[in-house]
Write a protein that binds this ligand. Structure first.
Ligand SMILES: [Zn+2]
Ligand SMILES: [Zn+2]
Length: 171
């Protein structure tokens, strides 16, 4: 009754993904040389790589320590609190003040962190700017002044955008 099972006998030329032993592949990670399937391959500017190689590379690229994130928050929060109170008072000039303050915060954080890069520094700084803005925005909400609220909104968006852009995409 038993039918002959097709034997799984890969020829030497056939490779199987290191993470998925059932998936045949012709792809290798161009760093460690491990065979990887399409699911496991990460396309990088230098070719296909396995996830662990990409991860290792990022770990080298991002050198921030946990303290750096705390320092980033300590620097950002007071600037965000004060800036959100006074920035919108500049009326039209918020469109300049926002990006300047945002860029300045990013630069301060970057320098205070010893120019180390953190994978999540942009997130910490961005979140702290928004959190720091809450008291001033809360007060502005009580005034029900639409122009004032709009100025607060514009200032917040520009500051956050500039800081995040600088930390995420800057040199
Ligand atoms: Zn690899
Ligand atoms: Zn795979």
């Amino acid at each position: 009754m038993s039918e002959a099972q097709p034997s799984i006998n890969p020829t030497q030329s056939e490779m199987f993904c290191v993470n998925h032993p059932n998936v045949a592949t012709g792809l290798r990670c161009n760093r460690c040389g491990n065979p990887i399937c399409i699911k496991c391959a990460v396309r990088t500017p230098v070719g296909y790589r396995c996830k662990s190689c990409v991860k290792n590379q990022q770990a080298v690229f991002y050198t921030a320590t946990p303290t750096d994130y705390v320092v980033a928050a300590i620097i950002t929060l007071p600037v965000a609190v004060i800036g959100q109170f006074f920035g919108p008072m500049l009326w039209f000039f918020v469109i300049f003040a926002g990006p300047i303050v945002g860029g300045l915060v990013a630069e301060l954080v970057y320098r205070a962190n010893g120019k180390r890069r953190g994978q999540y520094t942009w997130l910490v700084v961005g979140a702290c700017i928004v959190i720091g803005a809450l008291p001033a925005i809360g007060i502005a909400l009580l005034t029900f002044n639409l122009i004032n609220l709009a100025l607060h909104g514009i200032y917040l968006v520009l500051t956050t955008g500039a800081a995040v852009a600088r930390l995420k995409f800057g040199k």
